[in-house]
Design a protein around this ligand. Structure first.
Ligand code: ADP
Ligand code: MG
Length: 421
């Protein structure tokens, strides 16, 4: 397609109502519209969906969007239908559809109405779907949450491993756009290698979140009291407290309630109705705090979360970054407080011990980075950004937030001693 003839800004305004592209969006869109393989690494909230949605709307044919979560696909399809008033503009193809629904989807694609087709990777492996998709014009393939392809990512999905061979069968020269918020160089290499793409235009945005304050405190037996104090000091502000186990979630939510604080639990063991209720309470500000397992957060877009507390340290820096990243989406202050004890690391190691050796090795390596992060005396922001392959030399926090180590500098051994006493 000739990019010169396209007025991308007009299309952005027309379809999404935005007057400006965010970050690298325009360059990314030009790359994929120009028919080149494109690799996008942007933090959560960076606006990655638009990088494939807008070009899909402008292109002839249908873009296939691979995405790991049905809920996320549904959200996007609903939003797209809302902007076009044409129901067929976007579809999800998955195993829960009836025969009649599948027929409609295929007809809409054949008629050229459907611009985006969302599929879970396991639906793509179905022979009849591959056969069908081979027979219709495909504009490009978008792979959302592309880190799912890598064992080094925090969310490895074996079904993503088959993508390369399936994509090859659907069409040989179809441009691919892969997007992810996981920025470690290892995962990036793995993604491209697995997709068999050697010549992608790569766009990487900065992962610095200047408005977040990172803090690690030693975890003692008084951790609940520490958390209560913190929440009291921040009463009326929205916050998320992550715990490893459902049991701990329940206990801590109750402890906060008993102390007169507005808190609700959230974990996958609660029935769907309660989960929706508690999530809505958080969004509507009927509760200040959600105490949750990692089941809470994906796709939740509350802009004014003022703190994220980790009662238990996460299993990787990626998870930590994702979870803390839910604070301060509006650009306002976000306090990220994690409680750390080496005992918790040992607990996480124990969880892994039943897994295959290769997985254990990866898990260990990721965990050692968490230990290094918790025990470091350097700027935590710098540590995180280095981990993501990004150079950073503004530890003094000009124009942004410091972190605990920069605000209260410690000597190297003190940093560790303070945590492991
Ligand atoms: P990501 O997938 O990178 O986490 P999303 O695609 O979900 O991010 O987008 C995050 C938010 O940014 C959404 O609310 C989206 O509407 C908004 N957004 C995307 N592009 C723009 C833009 N050009 N101008 C303003 N808001 C945008
Ligand atoms: Mg996204």
């Amino acid at each position: 397609m000739n990019t010169e003839q396209l007025d991308l800004h007009a299309a952005l305004k027309k379809y999404f109502g935005f007057s400006q592209f965010k970050g690298l969006q325009e360059e990314v869109i030009k790359s994929i519209v120009g028919g080149e393989h494109t690799f996008v690494i942007m933090p959560t909230g960076g606006g990655k969906s638009l990088c494939y949605q807008l070009p899909a709307l402008l292109h002839e044919g249908t873009a296939i969007v691979v995405s790991p979560l049905i809920a996320l696909m549904k959200n996007q399809v609903d939003a797209l239908r809302g902007i076009s008033q044409e129901n067929g503009i976007a579809h999800v193809l998955n195993s829960s559809l009836t025969k009649g629904e599948i027929k409609t989807v295929k007809e809409d694609i054949s008629r050229g109405v459907t611009k985006l087709l969302y599929v879970a990777p396991e639906s793509l492996t179905k022979e009849e779907n591959v056969e069908f998709l081979r027979s219709v014009p495909i504009s490009f393939l978008a792979i959302d949450e592309a880190h799912c392809i890598s064992e080094w990512g925090h969310d490895f999905r074996p079904e993503y491993r088959n993508l390369r061979s399936i994509l090859k069968r659907i069409g040989d020269n179809i441009p691919i756009i892969a997007v992810t918020a996981t920025a470690t160089p290892k995962v990036q290499e793995d993604i491209l290698k697995n997709l068999g793409v050697t010549n992608a235009n790569t766009f990487k945005a900065s992962f610095n979140r200047p408005n977040l304050y990172y803090e690690i405190r030693p975890k003692t037996k008084d951790v609940d009291a520490d958390i209560i104090r913190f929440v009291k000091q921040n009463e009326g502000k929205s916050g998320i407290i992550y715990c490893l186990s459902r049991k701990r979630v329940e206990e801590l939510a109750q402890t906060l309630q008993v102390n007169g604080l507005k808190a609700v639990p959230y974990h996958a063991g609660l029935d769907a109705k309660t989960r929706v209720k508690h999530q809505d309470m958080f969004l509507m500000e009927d509760t200040d705090v959600v105490v949750a397992t990692i089941a809470f957060g994906m796709g939740i877009d509350k802009p004014d979360v003022r703190f994220v507390i980790h009662h238990d340290i996460p299993k990787s820096i990626e998870s930590y970054y994702q979870e803390t990243g839910r604070a301060g989406r509006d650009g306002g202050e976000g306090h990220c407080l994690a409680f750390y004890s080496y005992k918790d690391i040992e607990k996480l190691e124990k969880f892994m011990s039943g897994k295959p050796v290769a997985e254990q090795e990866i898990g260990q390596a990721l965990l050692q980075e968490v230990v290094a992060y918790a025990e470091t005396s350097m700027s935590r922001r710098k540590f995180i950004l280095h981990y993501f392959g990004e150079a950073f030399d503004n530890e003094t926090g000009e124009g942004g937030m410091l972190d605990d180590n920069m605000r209260y500098p410690k000597k190297k051994h003190e940093a560790k001693d303070a945590l492991v006493k």
